[in-house]
Structures are given as C-alpha cells and as structure tokens.
Design a protein around this ligand. Structure first.
Ligand SMILES: CC(C)(COP(=O)(O)OP(=O)(O)OC[C@H]1O[C@@H](n2cnc3c(N)ncnc32)[C@H](O)[C@@H]1OP(=O)(O)O)[C@@H](O)C(=O)NCCC(=O)NCCS
Length: 223
C-alpha cells in the first residue's frame, strides 16, 4: 500500500504531531488495536479488517467534515503512538464532538494522551467553532478518566444507546473569549498536563450531575 501524497499535519504540540491517517498506517495501527489489554474496554480486539475500516472511517470524516481521528506521532523520533482526534457522536438525540484517544501500551503514563487530547479540545473550540466538546468513558476505565479529568471541566453519567450502558460523559464548554485568544487556563485552574510528569493532579470532577447542571469549573461562566 503506497500513498501518493504526504500526510497533512493538523496539530503540533511540544512532543507530538497529529496528522491525517494514510492507508499504510494500517501496518502500525493493527498491532496496537490487536492488543487485548489495549482493547479491554471494547467488545474484542480489532482484526486487521476492523483496523482498516477504522482508518477508512477517519479518512471519510476528513473529506466530509474536515476533522476526524488523527495519527499520533512522537516528534523526536517519529514513533507511531496511536490516535487522537475528534469524532461526531449522537448523544441523547444531539450531535456532540467527542475527543477520543488510544496510545500504544508501552508508552502509557507519559502524558501523551493528555497532551494530544488537550490540543484537540482547543482545536475544536478555535477552529471548528464547537460550543462544547466531550469524551465518553467507561466507568471502569480509570486511565481514560484521569485523562478526561484534565481535559474537561465537568462530567455526568448518561445512558449510551450505542452500547446500552451507563457511561461517563465528560465535557468542556468553549471559553467565552476563545475567538479573541487561544483557549487556556489561568494559573491555579485545573491543571492541563502537557509534560511527561505534571504537577499535582486535578481533583476528580464532583460526582454525576444532570445535563442542566453541567457548569464550567475554572473557566468564566457564560452570562
Ligand atoms: C487511556 C489512554 C489513552 C491513556 O494514555 P496515556 O498516554 O497513558 O495517558 P496519560 O499518560 O496522559 O495519563 C494516564 C493517566 O492514567 C493513569 N493510569 C494509567 N493506568 C491506570 C490504571 N490502570 N488505573 C488508574 N489509572 C491509570 C496514569 O497514572 C495517568 O494518570 P496520572 O498522571 O494522574 O498518574 C491509554 O491508557 C490507552 O490507550 N488505553 C486504551 C484505549 C482507551 O481506553 N482509550 C480511551 C477510550 S475512552
């Protein structure tokens, strides 16, 4: 499988690049998605065909929406780490943009998912005009919850029709001034870790809340 074009780089962070998938990324992504521990919160590890379809869906979203899941690449040595990006999800009858992430197992715990997902959140606010972004997390997936706690500002339980289960819906709203300046947080707000090992961690969001109760933490309230 040879691609005729160079991949489009969408985002760069201090340590990472997010670029559009190419068909040949199947070689690197298939062993990651075939790992049983990695796919613990999916019904089963992905077959090669499923990984191919995953990449095809990402490429279709680029064409139709201009965003999707992107390949996650380490800048200093080009290591293929997994994926992170933005996908539309139907949640309680409305479409929300979800930030999703997968990092290859031997690279867990270095802050890569947090760094990439934070960049995707800010991209959705600044470049896609999203008023709100979310992440859907299995209640047993504690690593993903740690990531989502840093990226988002609120959470509540909801019933996800797609898997017929109760899931955490983490969310963050676009800061009021995000059209004037890039979204960011003031010193002392919820830490958004972008380093391998950040400072003390954010407290877990305060328990489940109803949709009407989702409110910003550490960011200015909308009038
Ligand atoms: C979730 C995932 C992407 C996190 O990637 P990562 O690069 O390791 O994430 P980070 O290093 O930014 O943060 C991981 C946090 O989870 C913690 N963590 C890791 N394994 C954990 C576990 N088994 N239980 C509890 N916390 C765990 C880490 O200690 C870290 O938190 P800390 O910095 O407060 O100590 C990675 O574990 C993964 O790919 N999992 C499988 C796919 C998946 O579940 N994706 C999310 C679907 S919603």
């Amino acid at each position: 499988m040879e691609s005729e074009r160079l991949p489009l780089i969408v985002l760069a962070t201090r340590r990472l690049l997010l670029r559009e998938f190419l068909a040949e990324d199947e070689e690197a992504l298939a062993p990651i998605f075939a790992d049983r521990e990695m796919m613990r919160f999916y019904p089963e590890p992905f077959t090669r065909e499923r990984t191919r379809a995953w990449i095809a869906r990402a490429m279709r979203l680029y064409r139709e929406r201009g965003y999707g899941l992107w390949a996650l690449i380490r800048r200093d040595d080009g290591l293929f780490l997994g994926d992170c990006g933005i996908v539309p999800q139907q949640i309680e009858g409305q479409e929300l943009l979800e930030i999703g992430y997968h990092v290859r197992r031997e690279q867990w715990g270095r802050g890569y998912a947090t760094e990439a997902a934070t960049a995707c959140r800010d991209y959705a606010f600044a470049n896609l005009g999203a008023p709100l972004v979310c992440s859907i997390v299995d209640p047993a997936n504690h690593a993903s919850q740690r990531v989502a706690e840093r990226v988002h500002t609120a959470r509540r339980m909801f019933h996800w029709e797609r898997n017929n289960r109760e899931m955490w819906l983490y969310s963050s709203e676009r800061p009021v001034d995000s059209s004037d300046s890039p979204p960011g947080r003031a010193e002392g707000d919820i830490p958004s870790r972008t380093d391998a090992r950040g400072p003390a961690d954010a407290p877990a969001p305060n328990g489940p809340v109803r949709a009407s109760e989702i409110r910003l933490r550490g960011l200015p309230q909308l009038p």
